[in-house]
Every structure is written in structure tokens, then in C-alpha cells.
Design a protein around this ligand. Sequence first.
Ligand code: SF4
Ligand code: SF4
Length: 424
Amino acid sequence: MGQLGKTSVALMRMLLQGRAPGQLIIQYTDQCNAHCPQCGMRVSHQFPRKTLETDKTAAMIRSAAQKGIKALSFTGGEPFLHLPQICDLAQVAGQSGIEYIRTGTNGFLFCNSGQADFTDRMEQLADQLAATPLRNIWVSIDSSDVATHEQMRGLPGVIKGLEKALPIFAERGLYLSANLGINRNFYGADKDHDHLDYDFFYAGFDQFYRFVKNLGFTIANVCYPMYNAVTDSDQAVYAATASDRVVNFSRAEKINLFQALSDCIPVHREKIRIFTPRCSIHTLLHQYRGHAELSTPCRGGIDFFFIDSQNGHTYPCGYRGDEDLGDFSALNIHSVENRKECRQCDWECFRDPSELFSPLTGLRQSPLQLLQRWRNDRRFFQLWLEDLRYYRRCHYFNGRELTNVEKTGVCQRIKKRGYDETGQ
Ligand code: SF4
Ligand code: SF4
């Protein structure tokens, strides 16, 4: 049996045991050089910063692979402040058999694109990243209005640099993802009002997808707002959360936001790979409309875990900081006793895959609930099937290749540089 066959069999076995493929998010550092108002790790926020030790992190990664973790993410802070270490750790993960490895950046390396050595720097960076088994690399985008984005991040010129750099990455078979952290300025700072309606969000998402596609991205994702009752408390361990108004939305605004996002995705997802699953948005809408029973409890602390850079300990997620699960290597992730059902936040890293796997994990875990869901919410299953078919056509968002989905709309700049549309 080939590697693909073995992976599929292992995946099916796991799902039939009621478990979702494991995911580990390692916050390698909380150091950062950006100014984002929505984030507790912005450079102006004074607190003792910590970076994990590389050897200990490598040991955790090997342990994660042995425990069956399938997806590994290096987050920050700004991971690219420690790029050589992140590249080495990605190699450790790949050699240990973890396939889905990702990291991201605020894009600070793309600044100063007017300097004479910019192209050389980008070629070296792309070569360095292409030599790793990193499958996905995201670049954070806060607004489709360039001035607003650069002012929020405190990174002048970053968009111009990205525009120049993306074709260089594409020539090496690296397709970066644009990652929008939804905030009140995402459609431009001058458009924020007391109450944001459906039309605002729809126009904002529509503009965002057009903007990043025109920049040269071929994959896009959105991060749901990182503010809520949990993140506003002292419990949150992951400091990429804040109580700033810029990420604070009322319940009515969230309903408008998620409805507009769901409606906008089909308009764009045949031109750019859009990771956001509509079945997950559908259930978040149920939750905000008062029908939480029609959504799936998060797999945080069951199949998905977070490692904090401050002490290197494991937590159920980035928010439940009062549940220190200790050293990841010593953790029995197959014991799910006393793990609570949680729907306290919208963190897409955990909520989206929890929903995506729910019809399969539910077969073993709660078949009666699954049947009830089938009776009460057929629309969820329709959207789920559509998402699965789409994910398949997108090659599960492999950032090391182009797919038919976006080839027709592939970045004009890539074409101008003589890129062969067959992807070869
Ligand atoms: S959102 Fe990211 S780039 Fe911005 S301050 Fe936080 S860690 Fe840094
Ligand atoms: S919903 Fe998931 S990510 Fe959010 S607080 Fe609960 S376990 Fe954590």
C-alpha cells in the first residue's frame, strides 16, 4: 500500500473511533515587531516575552507525531523573527511523518521593496522556505485598504513588497495564503460605524477576495474575530486576543458578518481557493441565533491542542488558560475523560475542523444526536458535502501547487513573469 493509501486508512480508522485528526498549534514565540491594535502581543505592549527552546520543541514535535498528530502549526508572535529555527523544526515535523505543517508571518520581510537587494532577498527567502516541508504559509492581512492595513500593522510598504514577492515564490512552487483577521477596519478605517450591517460585511468580503487575488494570492482564509467573553478575561493564554473595539462585534453584527461571509464565498471560490467552510459558518450562525444545540462542540482539548510560548505547556486551546495540561510529551491525548464540551469562542483554527469532521466523528460518538441533526438541519449536510467536494478539488489547500480551481484566475503578475499555467 502506498503512503497515500496508508494515510487514508489511518484517517478512516481514527474517524470511526470518534476522533478527529489531531492538530497541534505551537506558539513558538510571543515576540513581535508589529503594532496591531487587536493583539496583546503588539510591540508596544510591555510584558516579558518568551521563545521556546528549539531542542525541547523538536522533542514535542516527535512526541506529537508518535501520538498521531496530523497537523502542526507554528504561530507567534512573529514566527519569521526566528525563521532558521522554524525551518529546522518544520524539517523535524516532516521527518517525523507529520504532513500538514504550516506557519505564517505579518509580512515584515516584504517591507523596503524599493531597495536594490529586494529581489535577491526574496529569492533567498523563497529558496529557504521551498527547501522545507512547510505545506502552507500565511500572510496576515487586516484590511483591503492598503493604507489602513499598513497603519494597523505599522509595516509601511508591506503590500507593495508582497506584490513583488508573490511571483518569486510562485516560481518556486510556493503559493502563500492571505489570512484576513476580521476587524472593524477590514473594509477601510473610514467605514466603521456604530452598527455594521449585512451590506457592509458583504462589500468588505467581496473587496477583500478581489484585493488578495489581484495581489497574486491563490489561497485565502479568514480568521473570525478574536474577541469575546473568554478572550476578554484573564483566562486567555494566547495573547493574540484583545478587548479593543476594533475586534468587538455585537451579536447582531456577528450574524450580519457570518451571513455575508457565507453568501460571498460562492461568488469567489472558483477563482481563488477559499479555505473557510460554509458548513461551519452555518453552525456559528445557529449559535448566534440561539440554537447552539445545532452546532458541534469544539475539539479543543480533545483532538486539538495549543502550546504556549511562555511556559511551553499544553492547553486545550489558546483561550482556556486556566486548564494547564502540562508537558505535551507526557500528555495522554487519547484520554478524553472530563474534557468539557466547549463553544465559547469562534476560533476558526479549532471550530472549522470540529464542524468539518463532525458527521464522521459523530457516527461513533453520538449517533442519535447525528440522526437528530440530520432530521433538523439538512442544510448543514448539504453544505458539508459541498465543502468536502470543494476541498477535494482544491487539493486540500496544498500551498505547494496550483489547482484547476484558481488556474483560470491565476495572478496576472505570475503570468507576466512567464509562469507556465500548467503549474509545471
Ligand atoms: S497580530 Fe500577529 S503581527 Fe500583529 S501584533 Fe499580534 S502577533 Fe504581532
Ligand atoms: S470553542 Fe474551542 S477554541 Fe474556543 S474556547 Fe472552546 S475549546 Fe477553546
